[in-house]
Design a protein around this ligand. Sequence first.
Ligand SMILES: [Zn+2]
Length: 360
Amino acid sequence: MRKSRFSKDFKIIAAIFLLSTISTSLFAQKEMKKEAKKENANREYNLDDIYANNPELKPNRFREILNRFMFSFSAGYEATFYNTDLSSQSIYLAGSKNILIGDADNKLYKNWLNAPEYIGEAENFPNYQKLETNGQQVVYKGVGSGVPIDLNFNYLFGRRFRAGLGLTYATHRLKKLSPESNLNGTLIELNPEIKSAFFKYYLTLGAELYHYKGFTYVLDMQFGKTSLGKGFSKDALERSMTINVGMPIERVFSEYFRVFIRPSYEFKNYQVLLPESTSTLKTSQNAFAITLGVKIRIPEIKRCPIHSCETQMKHAHGDQAYRGQPLVYPQNPKIGQIPKTLQNYRRKDKAKFQPRPAGM
Ligand SMILES: [Zn+2]
């Protein structure tokens, strides 16, 4: 009995002791964390203060100007929506596979979509059957596809606005166009089998709209002209301006490096000027594209050349300013903090370049 009571008391004392130890240590930990936070806050402030924006440091003017430009490279997929309205033309069926159009003077044309060719007056082709549309609209639609590759550069105005120039090269393929209504089975599919390459040059304007957790949402526009390549007859086509609206979403890794995805919609069309005729035929080539790419800015200062230097933020040695990070590391440029896993990589990286001790 006595023994058990004693052990009970002991247990209670032990429990109280344990609880108080835990609570004091928890309290102490909390206090320590608070202290650490305060210290960190102080450090951030101080680091900001001694950051290389030192008026005594002479920045390299050329690099500083270069740093105002952002270079972009991307590639992706593009769908081009063809739409051509034949309602103002007369339509002739030439066999089971070909559709010709006739202008107001009944001159007949083949390949009228991309490379029109005059073949003669309708009366010389009695076998070709003129289609009675009875006032119904005749619209052909089809989807071409391609792979666009884009290069551009933008000058940055402050933190929000940008303007620049760019080029897009895109492979292009169009297999078929289908009539919107086949007029009771009399209209057939067209198989133009176009293989070409588009080349667009443009002026671009953009604005950063919103930043959220390392992502930047941008709205940009391109104004330019698109050359349609060898799949289209240059002389017979009058091309419109190309206007492209995009909504890039950029993952901001550092002030020098971003990865982005850009969905966009493009407006463009062309008029086919039928040879030896005053008639024209309009085809729209609006397109949806999605591209993936990177944006790079040339750093205004060099990477710190001292291998043993562990400074992550921008800093100075002598009268020279350096950055402590490779271009692509996610970091706050003012504090220089990077995630722990990356810090480890960084150490490994640096270890590779350590000079070996003599004799090894
Ligand atoms: Zn350094």
